[in-house]
Design a protein. Structure first.
Length: 145
């Protein structure tokens, strides 16, 4: 793990961690029909997480960053419309641990600090290719009383 960290970050100890994989590969084990096309077994496909997360069949106003959509009482995303750790048999084995760690980190931060976007109207600045990277996200941090 340390070798990988050193290869990616080199000697830069302050470079932000911003890269997010937005596709994942799969190989069809048996013939499948996908999007109206018949594909033979052993066909390699890439599933675009970005396309799924921006699909207006799954999401209202999908192009806008709106974390409040998760706070609506009774909200439940459609099956396979939100992919954070892959899916199916190859789902990330560290998914549950990551979720526990994320909740713990949030509790540690938010019990001591108020954290807000500096400009809630500003668009989220990202670049996408094989990965999606957030290029700028200005926040304000204040100690809680």
């Amino acid at each position: 793990m340390l070798d990988k960290i050193d290869r990616v970050f080199k000697d830069d100890k302050t470079r932000p961690i911003t890269e997010i994989v937005n596709t994942f590969p799969r190989c069809l084990e048996k013939p499948e029909e996908i999007a109206g096309y018949k594909w033979p077994a052993n066909t390699h496909v890439r599933i675009s997480i970005d396309a799924i997360h921006h699909n207006n069949e799954y999401w209202e106003d999908p192009e806008n960053f709106n974390p409040d959509r998760w706070m609506v009482e009774g909200f439940e995303p459609k099956k396979n419309s939100f992919i954070t750790f892959g899916g199916g048999l190859r789902v990330c084995p560290g998914r549950k641990l990551a979720m526990v760690e994320l909740v713990s980190l949030m509790a540690l931060l938010f019990r001591k600090y108020e954290i807000d976007l500096a400009n809630k109207e500003a668009p989220l600045k990202t670049v996408s290719a094989l990965i999606t990277a957030c290029t700028e996200l200005s926040i304000e941090i204040r100690k809680r009383n």
